[in-house]
Design a protein around this ligand. Sequence first.
Ligand code: 8YV
Length: 335
Amino acid sequence: MSSTRRVVVARRVFPALIDALKQRYEVVDNQSDADLTPEQLTRMLADADGALISGRERIDAALLAGCPRLQVVSNIAVGYNNIDVDACTAAGVAATNTPDVLNEATADHAWALLLAAARRVGESERFLRAGRWKRWEFEMLMGAELHGTTLGIIGMGRIGRAIARRGLGFDMRVVYHNRTRLPAAQENGALWMDAEGVLRTADHVILVVPYSPSTHHLIGAPQLALMKPGAVLVNIARGGVVDDAALIDALRSGRLAAAGLDVFENEPQLNPGFLDLENVVLTPHIASSTRATRNAMARLAIDNMDSVLAGRRPAALLNPPVWETAARAARVTPR
Ligand code: 8YV
């Protein structure tokens, strides 16, 4: 019987990270960016002690039942709506994520979308590339004002606060909604309101809430109707937080000036309605995608996995109660 633990890397990560893992584990490296079916994932994890997964792999009770050795599912993502955390706890499996290390890159991207959408950057570039620029015009491609306006943030966690800090550099007043109001020291001058208040007050709104049944279609037709005419909406949270069809209507009618979107219902498929619109900036779920940040995310995820497999409580444990359960103890078996 060998004592080497077996870990699965369900998505491609940097090869240097795999090489380092191979020093201490038997590694099953999927080396693929393709989505796995639940059956493929269950088969891959059937004899694994640990798994590094992305936000695209779904972990639920049915999968866990087929993976008796599994001690840890380590998400290379801060959002963990792909993991049924209660099912993990019941099965004695630790679930972990990667908070903090992606705050700044993700906040940068939220601003990239806000700036590009407000100032019509994509549309202007398409205009130039199509050879349509023939003369300077006084009213050419006029955008929405950003500096000095009011920025609304719905979801004022660590990423929301990093976005708010950038807003101060644009002389913006920041209003926010969060289920619990922040302590004054963390508010940094931002004003708490209920979500409706933020939608009514802000000139531009950025969504940063986790996805759950309670945030499904948080922004639909009634909420879009509350927003100021000419507002810009940015979603870097999760597909499903916005009702995409309702947003398309609001963009098509000109009720909203523009939107910047990194996430979509049903992604990677897009509602085709977006593709006909000039006033929406679309990116393929890349808000955390810089080399340094992706490296930091993968390293934290590996660190979380290492800790669990060494019997230590990991830094970013999503289900602390699992630590005390007999179910977890039962999974810690020698190979
Ligand atoms: C991930 C994200 O790249 O961390 C998150 O929650 O949305 C992104 O940073 C994505 O989930 C893939 O794992």
